[in-house]
Design a protein. Structure first.
Length: 405
């Protein structure tokens, strides 16, 4: 069940950002990641929340307002001079929500922010962007975590510490910083990478695909460019630290390579060892390529399959219910027919019994009448007649004629 909506301030860093000076003294910082897929803990609510790739894709452009502040409001309204830039062209790409930041340079605070960003870029100092959002949060029982279900954005602020370690301003030095960490990092895609035909065969990349020399003979820039063909770089110390290739040597993404990388991440062919704290970002990077080939992610496929199975089960149960209802109706009709038949038989028997009773009564009456009645005509009078006093003076002749005594 979705819980109540909470407003979160989630800090993320800039990613491979490019600076472009404007004639009026402003600055555009391009390709800034505002929110990447993964589990982050914000500064407002203070609890972890997982941001699924599909949720970021769906709500990437759902912005109620797009100001970029020099700080969060902290419970008090912003002054107009706190706005140092505008968030321009928010969009979904790669593994999260990106946008361009347009610093107007019209106030001291905006000018100071521009100067500091350039200073930070030159000296490898991390600066973060803290996006403000709210939305529904839902408990994921299978993963035992809270997931972002919907998102609506209200702007962002420039801060010095982020919830997402890979979303900082600027990202010029991000890859080196992350490559030096224990967890490694997720390299960005090759610039302007192409999409290979879906039927293109896939084979693992070799060092010889990138250089005729050794890994150590390559410059750091060349090593980073090579890492962009992979979904995970444990470090830049060895070529073997690069894992899950899915771009061919030209930079084009290959569907068979994407599928193989995802399968390996799920444990196929022995799997691949990746620290748990960065695994969600690696998976998000791979799954982002499914859209390149207009394919549903495995989770979407599973959801579709489960929905189809559920619909089939519902239909099967519905058919069984219809059949059972029909059988019950037939039994009811048969029972009603038998009841009517039994009732008719009962009435028929009742009528027959009545007729028989009346017949017996009539016959009994006839018998009684026959016993009580003395015949007065004929050649042989009844004995009763001879016994009557009135006939005492008469005798019967042999020929049947009555004579006087």
């Amino acid at each position: 069940m979705a819980e109540s909506i909470k407003k979160r301030y989630l800090a993320t860093s800039f990613a491979q950002s490019a600076f472009e000076d404007l004639p009026d003294g402003g600055l555009i910082v391009r390709d800034v990641p505002l929110l990447r897929s993964g589990q982050w803990t914000d500064s407002a609510v203070g609890t972890p929340l997982f941001y699924p790739l599909e949720t970021l894709r769906k709500y990437a452009t759902n912005w109620a307002a797009n100001p970029y502040w020099n700080r969060h409001s902290g419970g008090s309204p912003h002054a107009i001079t706190d706005k140092i830039a505008d968030i321009v062209n928010p969009r979904f790409q790669e593994d999260g929500i990106y946008a361009d930041l347009k610093y107007h340079g019209a106030t001291t605070q905006s000018q100071d922010a521009i100067k500091y960003l350039k200073y930070a870029s030159k000296n490898g100092i991390e600066v973060f962007s803290s996006v403000e959002h709210s939305g529904e949060e839902e408990y994921n029982a299978a993963e035992r975590r809270m997931d972002a279900k919907t998102l609506v954005f209200f702007g962002a602020a420039m801060v010095n510490r982020g919830a997402c370690q890979t979303c900082q301003i600027p990202r010029v030095n991000e890859e080196k910083t992350l490559a030096d960490s224990v967890a490694g990092y997720v390299p960005p895609n090759p610039p302007d990478y192409g999409i290979a035909p879906e039927s293109q065969a896939w084979s693992a990349l070799n060092l010889s695909d990138f250089t005729s020399g050794t890994w150590e003979s390559m410059t750091e820039t060349e090593q980073r460019d090579t890492a962009k063909h992979y979904a995970y770089a444990g470090s830049l110390d060895t070529f073997g630290a690069l894992k899950l290739p899915h771009h061919d040597k030209s930079g084009a993404v290959v569907w068979a390579g994407v599928a193989a990388a995802y399968a390996s991440l799920q444990g196929a062919r022995g799997g691949v060892k990746i620290p748990d704290d960065i695994r969600p970002e690696v998976e998000a990077h791979i799954l982002a390529h499914y859209a390149d080939f207009d394919k549903d992610t495995p989770s979407k496929e599973l959801e579709t399959k489960m929905t189809e199975e559920m619909e089939l089960r519902v239909k099967t149960l519905s058919d069984k219910l219809d059949a059972l209802t029909g059988a019950v109706q037939t039994l009811v009709e048969e029972k009603q027919a038998k009841a009517l038949e039994a009732s008719a038989e009962a009435k028929k028997k009742e009528l027959s019994d009545a007729v028989a009773a009346q017949t017996r009564a009539l016959m009994d009456r006839i018998d009684a009448l026959e016993k009580d009645t003395t015949p007065t005509t004929g050649t042989k009078p009844a004995v009763k007649e001879l016994g009557d006093p009135i006939n005492a003076g008469y005798t019967y002749a042999k020929d049947g004629v009555i004579r006087s005594a």
